[in-house]
Design a protein around this ligand. Structure first.
Ligand SMILES: C[S@@+](CC[C@H](N)C(=O)[O-])C[C@H]1O[C@@H](n2cnc3c(N)ncnc32)[C@H](O)[C@@H]1O
Length: 274
């Protein structure tokens, strides 16, 4: 399939999946390769025939939806964000939890891919924050729509390229080097619970001090779905809780009840009056 054929197909199909072309423009090669493979499986010689096929087989839309998942991630992705979380954001949230007589800081990583993001949080907590908050635990819920991602996350072993941005002491303390690569040690796995969940359909019942929603909703979802998701996410934050989005992302206009903590780093805080 030629690039322009794939672009035409995606520009037609993505809005029907409530996704947006702008998010996929730079990463389309991955998606186009998968769609090409799917066309071969279905015996369709040309991309335009996939239009007709989708019209005739509505169940195919969920197959295409799966083909459109981008799962790039790595530990400590966007170093400055995690530094700020450690020095200030998580620190203040932990202080707030202690002041409220709570036993845990609760975090939610949405679109957690193979676990790089929630494990980074667990490492940050154990090595950076826990010594300063001996009475406080940290619980991290990590959700992803993709079952294979969740399975990989539970395995918790990674190639060197996934851990290359981690500070050396984090790497040395939190990982075992094995034949399977760099494997997260048990104490850093223990705070993290992985769950297969589609943010478009379900959100957890809990209230969180910190929610990471990076490089998924505000990159790939269409405007209306972004707004709806943002509202649901904000409702899951405790008063003065923090939301972190991707460093190249922005929240929809009028971002319901959030104020910037650091707009540059994509950190927001729930306003008191919501
Ligand atoms: C690009 S990765 C981002 C990983 C991590 N948050 C980061 O920034 O490094 C996007 C992840 O979101 C997941 N995802 C996509 N749509 C989703 C949905 N509707 N609900 C939950 N997760 C979703 C994908 O499966 C993928 O693992």
């Amino acid at each position: 399939m030629k690039d322009y054929e794939c672009v035409q197909l995606l520009q037609w199909a993505l809005p029907r999946l409530r996704l947006r072309w702008a998010g996929f423009r730079k990463v389309r090669k991955q998606v186009c390769k998968r769609v090409d493979q799917r066309l071969k499986e279905l015996g369709l010689p040309e991309a335009r025939e996939y239009h007709t096929y989708l019209d005739a087989h509505p169940e195919e839309w969920s197959v295409l939806d799966e083909l459109c998942r981008i799962s790039i991630s790595r530990f400590y992705r966007d170093r400055q964000v995690f530094q700020r979380l450690e020095r200030e954001v998580l620190y203040e949230l932990a202080q707030m939890a202690v002041a409220n007589g709570e036993y845990d800081v609760r975090c939610w990583s949405i679109g957690c891919a193979s676990g790089e993001e929630p494990y980074t949080l667990a490492i940050l907590w154990k090595l950076g924050l826990a010594p300063r908050f001996p009475t406080l635990g940290c619980r991290i819920l990590a959700t992803d729509v993709d079952q294979r991602m969740i399975e990989r996350a539970r395995r918790g072993c990674y190639p060197a390229s996934s851990v290359k941005d981690l500070p050396e002491d984090f790497l040395a303390q939190a990982f075992l080097r094995t034949a399977d690569g760099f494997c997260v040690k048990a104490p850093y796995r223990e705070p993290v619970t992985f769950l297969e969940q589609d943010i478009r359909k379900t959100v957890p019942d809990d209230q969180f001090h910190l929610i990471l929603c990076r490089n998924v909703v505000f990159t790939y979802f269409d405007d209306e779905l972004q707004r709806q998701s943002l509202q649901q996410i904000t409702e899951r934050l405790v008063p003065r809780g923090a939301l972190v989005i991707g460093s190249l992302e922005s929240i929809p206009e009028g971002g319901s009840g959030l104020e910037p903590w650091s707009k540059k780093l994509g950190v927001y805080r729930k306003s008191l009056e919501t």
